[in-house]
Ligand binder design. Sequence first.
Ligand code: SAM
Length: 334
Amino acid sequence: MTSVVDRLGRPLETLRVSITDRCNFRCVYCMPKEVFGRDHAFLDRKELLSFEEIARVVGVFASLGVKRVRITGGEPLVRKDVERLVELLAAIPAVDLALTTNGALLTAKADALAAAGLDRVTVSLDSVDDAQFRALNDVDFPVERVLEGIDAAASAGLPVKVNAVVKRGVNDEGIVALAERFRGTGHVLRFIEYMDVGSTNGWRLDDVVSADEIVARIGARWPLEPVGAARGDETALRFRYRDGGGEIGVIASVTKPFCRGCSRARLSAEGRLYTCLFALRGHDLRAPLRSGGTDEEIADTLRDVWTRRTDRYSELRTSETAALPKVEMSYIGG
Ligand code: SAM
């Protein structure tokens, strides 16, 4: 298979698939209640790609060289029978299948997801302090239940990563406590610099705690050493505890952008293809899917969109671009 390469020489290798724009949390920096309240117009059921449609498109992406697929949302576990989708995607050969979740429903779903063929799971968890976590998710959800979900996933045999977004003045005082909680558990903890995604979060550079600062704060308590990237398109800067306590990573999309290695396409729940997390518009794949387009025609469209791709938003970011309208994080899924 010859890989499809964009204008900056980047191959199409990774696909993130959002399967719903709904979420059971209202994280204050992502889906604030003032914007995503009772009268918010979420996508209608018939607007969402069906599991069969998603599996078909993912199969076409795989035929073009996509090797890693991540199911996301909204919150993917709120979509009914998500394990049925996992089963369909797990049947596509040579694809590593992951899912990103807030963990609220993971205790109930972990066994079914593992049995359906999921390869790994990432749990978003921004604080291990119960009061702070309840305030952040803004639906008073206890941290203990997410921690139980992480244990359930591990018991089901799923490798677990934990992702924590850090926003200065909101949860940065909890960085070391997060590190402490996951040291020695075998779960990789990754911190994520707070980004100017969507148009609802009023992002400012001052909100960002840099990767250097995060690593310095943790390294001051438990000395760290860098670990080389396992892959060229790896998003995380990786470090290991010198005492053998495991590994942490930092996704430094703001202070050390990694556009040059970005091999990621994104598919929205309604079947729009985005070639950058910071884009405003996507390319509609649902219309051809629903009007008799063949797999070959869909492959041609994907090739066409990808070979024209020039996005490198994070390398061009300024305080002016931060104010540009962009797709919502809860719609595109990270
Ligand atoms: N609900 C799932 C979850 O919680 O992982 C999947 C979708 S959620 C939008 C994906 C990730 O995006 C979460 O880890 C969330 O914290 C992160 N996120 C949302 N807004 C962000 C921002 N402004 N900067 C960095 N990460 C953000």
